[in-house]
Design a protein around this ligand. Structure first.
Ligand SMILES: [Zn+2]
Ligand SMILES: [Zn+2]
Ligand SMILES: [Zn+2]
Length: 796
């Protein structure tokens, strides 16, 4: 099968013979497509068979012309469109402003050599950079990208640095953050009261000695603070978990180099490339089975994967080098708060966690967390998009008016449409605390300011209680609301450049549904701007509402209660054992009376219910933990599935005001079988595999029912590697074309993009009747997406 590979190449790629090089490479490998210069760098599209395209991408990165340097290379896999030959196209001017904002780039090899060379004037200087690497997005205060507009304006270049900066033959020609030990930012080590203990290299050595001795050190890095400790020291990690109120959620680890990573994890070629790329994200890797590798078990308890990154700044390179082993590197924050960026603020917020502070005097203009990526089905799947990726835009086909999207409530990002680009902000986080809300407002203000556009409309989630939704109403702009799962599907279609028609599958935790119930297991028929909910999972109640997110036993009780008459008794299950008799009676009574027991169709909660009934977990310490347990428990090689039924008479399941779409997927036979298997002492790994296979077959069966070739998979559930790999494989085998996320998170980090994409689709499908922008569409803006989507607003 032919595929199309789109590459957005940024860096020193113009005027260095890059396009002729690409042309020759394409000719040699006999791939069709085009290359062209743009204000973004160079765009390339090549079509051919997958192995050839992989080779093209690899050779592109390694056989560059001598003076060309690639700063970032972002790939998207798209459907082939039948390019007849390979051409060099005329240059275009797209997104003139966005071109100038590059993400932060990991330290290059030349700079690494310099800081490790005792004869070099930048020996052990932690703020070394050049035009090929270093900070960008995290130091830009406004455009254009000149030193005076960055947080480096506080430092005056010395003569030697100035000579490099003005020499066209120097690697530091116009390197805006250029600096050296004489003129650049300086390090200091502080105690918890903010008193200076050591400076410059002595500070670095004090920090590494502290880590080796078992202390927790708060390190001011590129886009914010990390909390670091020795990844081999169980006691130190225990302190970190206790002080940060983070019980079991896995920590990421920073290793000194690729060889060190290979001691702990299995690293495929694509993963090695990602680890050493300029983006330098945290990569989720499989732990080695024989993991007697010196890592403390408490780094990622019970988890077969490990999030690993390599040092991406000289500061981290030197620090990890001095420590001499891997360090835990987790965001410098209190649990669920945004990452700290300012040292005074860090002292206030982190003094109860860290024993020592390693800080510097270069201000961080905006927070940027570490990105998290895993390789799934031979492609990148970005789970958290921040450093190295933000603010690279997602291209769209049509010209968009300036529209702002405020995103979801958890894993929040915001987005801005400008011209033919949608710029998705860096990861902001869960909007639970006052600090997080402040960070959200800051980014929401920052993005239009940086790109110098004035938004004419704002798009928000339908959930009336999301902080983001409420804030949207305060902006004084027309507000449109897009249903959460519509946004998920629209985001996935946008990044796959898919017009439709398509069957959209949104399997998620929870989101506010158009009928006021809690959605999360939805299927949409997508046609132009219209999203019609055509199928969903059978609804059940969540006793205690949101508390069910932290207690899988509540989801299980809800599911069992929904089918209680069919199974006669909720009683002798592992779930029941997780409640006291009075607790259970109280919750069942509340469900019967419909008190604080909202109705849901959530696939995420159904996974939780199965995890509870199988006895895996009754309470969680972080979101999605039960589903992860269920995934990790899977016994490989189990291919059978439990029964389930599709029903076209959904109304029989009606609960309260719930309105059924055309098709309802009844999971009751699966839950009954899980109860039997759990009682019959079938191994939990077999139950986990069968349950996953069943969920996969539910999607395949629904796709077969609607006979729509393109099937779009989005929502938090598809972070589950087994689920997405099996679903894609089974759909393909059944003759469908599945699409899933690549550059944009499949979780709620993708909602802001989807909000804009759904908004633009609705606009376009209305455009015959009401061209945009005009006064009448402004007046109808609040209900626009519902009207266009064939849906109704809850207010109407
Ligand atoms: Zn460099
Ligand atoms: Zn200097
Ligand atoms: Zn979601």
């Amino acid at each position: 099968m032919r595929e199309r590979l789109r590459l957005a190449v940024r860096g020193a790629v113009q005027g260095v013979g890059f396009r002729p090089f690409v042309f020759r490479l394409a000719e040699e490998l006999a791939v069709s497509g085009w290359v062209r210069n743009s204000t973004l760098g160079v765009s390339i599209e090549v079509e051919g068979r997958r192995p050839v395209l992989d080779l093209f991408r690899a050779r592109l990165a390694t056989e560059l012309p001598p003076r060309a340097v690639i700063h970032s290379l972002e790939a998207s896999w798209l459907d082939a469109v039948g390019h007849p030959a390979f051409q060099i196209l005329d240059s275009v001017r797209d997104g003139a402003i966005s071109a100038l904002v590059l993400p932060d780039l990991a330290m290059c090899d030349d700079c690494r050599r310099e800081i490790l060379d005792p004869a070099n004037r930048r020996y052990r200087y932690p703020f070394t950079n050049c035009t090929n690497c270093g900070p960008r997005f995290s130091i830009i205060e406004s455009l254009p990208y000149d030193r005076a507009n960055t947080s480096m304006r506080h430092f005056t270049m010395c003569g030697a640095c100035r000579r490099e900066y003005h020499d066209p033959h120097d690697r530091r020609f116009h390197a805006q953050p250029n600096a050296c030990p004489h003129c650049g930012p300086r390090l200091a080590a502080w105690d918890v009261t903010g008193k200076v203990i050591a400076e410059q290299d002595a500070a670095l050595r004090a920090a590494s000695a502290a880590i080796r001795a078992g202390a927790i050190v708060a390190v001011k890095g590129l886009g914010g603070f990390h909390l670091m400790c020795d990844a081999g020291n169980d006691a130190a990690i225990g302190h970190l978990r206790k002080r940060k109120h983070r019980d079991e959620k896995p920590f990421a680890v920073m290793c000194s180099d690729l060889a060190a990573v290979r001691r702990h994890c299995l690293v495929a070629d694509a993963e090695a490339r990602l680890l050493t790329s300029p983006e330098s994200p945290i990569v989720l890797l499989a732990r080695r089975a024989d993991a007697a590798d010196g890592l403390a078990p408490s780094v990622a308890p019970g988890n077969p994967n490990l999030g690993v990154m390599l040092p991406y700044t000289p500061l981290h390179e030197l620090l990890v080098g001095d420590v001499g082993g891997p360090v835990v590197a987790t965001s410098g924050n209190q649990s669920d708060e945004p990452i700290c960026t300012d040292e005074q603020n860090a002292i206030e917020r982190l003094a109860t966690i860290a024993d020592l502070f390693l800080v510097h005097d270069r201000p961080i203009a905006r927070h940027v967390d570490d990105s998290i990526v895993r390789i799934v089905l031979d492609r990148e799947l970005v789970l958290r998009r921040a450093r190295g990726y933000a603010p690279l835009p997602i291209p769209i086909k049509q010209l968009s008016p300036p529209v702002l999207a405020v995103g979801a409530h958890l894993k929040n990002t915001v987005a801005l449409a400008s011209g033919t680009d949608i710029i998705v902000s860096q990861h902001i986080g869960d909007l639970e605390s006052a600090e997080a809300s402040a960070a959200f407002v800051k980014v929401l203000t920052d993005l239009p300011h940086l790109y110098e556009v004035a938004p004419v409309a704002v798009v928000a989630d339908l959930h009336p209680d999301y902080r983001s939704t409420r804030h949207a109403a305060s902006l004084g702009l027309p507000v449109s609301h897009v249903q959460h799962h519509v946004a998920h599907v629209a985001a996935c279609m946008a990044e796959n450049e898919l017009d439709g028609p398509a069957l959209g599958v949104a399997w998620d935790g929870t989101g506010y549904g158009l009928d006021g119930t809690v959605w999360g297991g939805e299927f949409f028929a997508v046609n132009g701007g219209s999203f019609t909910r055509v199928a969903c999972l059978r609804p059940f109640q969540l006793p205690g509402g949101d508390r069910a997110i932290k207690e899988p036993r509540r989801s299980a009780l809800g599911a069992l209660h929904a089918i209680a008459s069919e199974i006669a008794i909720v009683g002798p299950s592992l779930t029941a054992g997780a409640f006291s008799p009075s607790e259970q009676a109280l919750l069942i009574d509340a469900m019967a009376r419909g008190v604080n027991a909202p109705v849901t169709t959530s696939a995420g909660r159904l996974f939780d219910a199965v995890a509870s009934i199988a006895g895996l977990r009754q309470r969680t310490s972080f979101e999605g933990q039960a589903a992860m347990d269920l995934e990790f428990a899977i016994t490989p090689g189990v291919h059978d599935a439990y029964p389930f039924t599709l029903s076209e008479e959904g109304s029989q399941y009606a609960l309260g005001s719930w309105q059924a779409p055309r098709l309802v997927i009844d999971w009751a036979p699966m839950v009954r079988a899980v109860l039997d298997d759990a009682a019959g002492e079938v191994a939990v790994g077999v139950i986990a595999a069968r349950a996953h296979n069943t969920m996969v077959e539910m999607i395949v069966a629904t796709a077969l029912f609607f006979e729509q070739a393109a099937v779009v998979l989005s929502g938090g559930c598809f972070q589950n590697r087994y689920l997405i790999e099996q679903t894609v494989t089974r759909l393909r085998r059944a003759g469908f074309r599945p699409y899933w996320h690549q550059r944009i998170p499949t979780n709620d980090g993708g909602i802001a993009l989807g909000q804009i994409a759904a908004y633009l689709r609705a606009k376009e499908s209305l455009s015959c009747a009401s061209p945009f922008p005009d006064a009448s569409s402004r007046l109808t803006a609040p209900t626009l997406c519902f009207a266009a989507a064939g849906l109704t607003s809850p207010a109407s």
